[in-house]
Ligand binder design. Sequence first.
Ligand code: ZN
Ligand code: ZN
Length: 598
Amino acid sequence: MSEQQNNARDSLQDKRHTLAHLLAAAVAKLYPDAKPTIGPAIDNGFYYDFAFSEPITEADLKKIEKQMRKILPAWNEMVSEKVTPDQAREIYKENKYKLELIDEIQQSKNDITLYTAGKDESRDVEGYTDLCKGGHSENPSKDIPTKSFTLSSLAGAYWRGDEKNDQLTRIYGLSFHTKEELDEYKKHLEEAKKRDHRKIGKELDLFTFSDLVGSGLPLWTPKGTLLRELIVDKIQNLQAAYGYERVVIPHITKKDLYEKSGHWEKFGDELFKVKGQSDQEFVLKPMNCPHHAQIYASKPRSYRDLPQRYMEVTMQYRDEQAGELLGLSRVRSISIDDGHVFAQEKDIEHEILNIIDVIKKFYGSLGLFEKGKYWVSISVRDPQKPADYLGDTQMWKRAESMLIDICKEQDMKHKIMPGEAAFYGPKIDFMFKDALDREWQLATIQLDFVQPERFNLEYTDIDGEKKRPVMIHRAIAGSLERFLSVIIEHFAGAFPLWLSPVQMTIIPVTSDFDEYGTEVRRKLQREGFRVEISNESETLGKRIKLAQAAKTPYMLIVGEKESKTGSVAVRSREDGDQGEIILDDFIEQTKSIIMDIK
Ligand SMILES: [Zn+2]
Ligand SMILES: [Zn+2]
């Protein structure tokens, strides 16, 4: 980041922080017995937590915001004053929260400072003072445009984030350099809300949660299951061409496996533990790599057997904290399209190119593998700390420069990230931009020099010597739950034709044409399309609205004319009314659309 960018960012943080003070000042004016606690700057603005004597509502935010704007013109500086702990305690003797903060600052031996804004002795105006360590706009009335901020919402928050403490009221505000930037951000928020995968998931009936089953454990409906399977089939079909073989492993395992792999310590509290009948301890698997390593280890391997390529789509389990769970983005049961290649070092490059090929084709079919929509992050060692990494140094060096060369040769925009590699090997992650310009890390390819060592994996080389294979971990979609949360929001539920659970809805204008409609459906199904028929239980207009709301790519309306000519009246989700098309021609057209993306 350039210094200029840094300064711009600092000054925005300073403005946001200053606005938190202004919010506290407005609340003090309107609610004299409310107690201010803590109010920091955050990513899109600021917040402040208060203990109100009477609860306030969202409707009160307008009033507070108005008060902020009224105060702001008098804030032409923020004056600091160092005070002793006892002076500070005297000032805040009525506020137990600030008293607790003062104790902490005193214990940490830092200075206690108060900042005052809006004081005007000539007019006997006191201004507003808050306990703070600094970082404000120099002249808030000049630096902060009155329309560049707004109060956005209310929430409950516990003092210090601990549910054993008092519940406070948090007021959130949004703030940017200009009103235009604020408006742009608000539009973005609106759009994100409309696209929220939890909302669309419900509307399109893709998945559900049950209190009895538990939070973070999604249940997949028939349509959602179809969506998952379409993705899985696509990945498996693309990979079959590169010699991947499917394997299956159980979902519980002895803890010994993870002790040996080194994951026991790493996962700690995130592991779901299972008690067997004997005293043996089992866990629900949090990952699949060590199991696949055991399949490799099940018999002697020669250089002729390599590479071994295993893949499976399977669930793994991590006991995330309830507060961290969010729709499909963060779950406890994670379905992952997991794959591992065990290869000789000389074959690594070839294997990585094959995986990149699958990634290109898969994300290409979603319109995401286009210049400007993705980039590749290459994680390498921190050159200052060579001792932090296990495995042969020369092998590390070769692997790192190979990954960089591959990205160059493939003309993929990339960034080298020193210090980001895991201790066991370098990796590349594919970062994709969605329709709202948000960035997501989805596919990944990781080299691993350590697991083969831990599990003593070997092959007999051409010279008769026993050697270690390299393990390559790879995921194309990664967690299917997270992947789906991203693409549901990216497409706002309007999936490409190949991925739509229902591709076409046939709508007979009246029940007289149900028979023809059924005939059309049968023909389309025989051609491999996923088709629904919407019979006359509702008006024609209502049925068309329903198909639109379901984001079905095609509506095929059939009546007198169509049944006589063997055609359908086509309405495309993207291109609107296409008029009457002979059914066979329509089949050819849509097939070629699907073929194009294969
Ligand atoms: Zn401050
Ligand atoms: Zn793995």
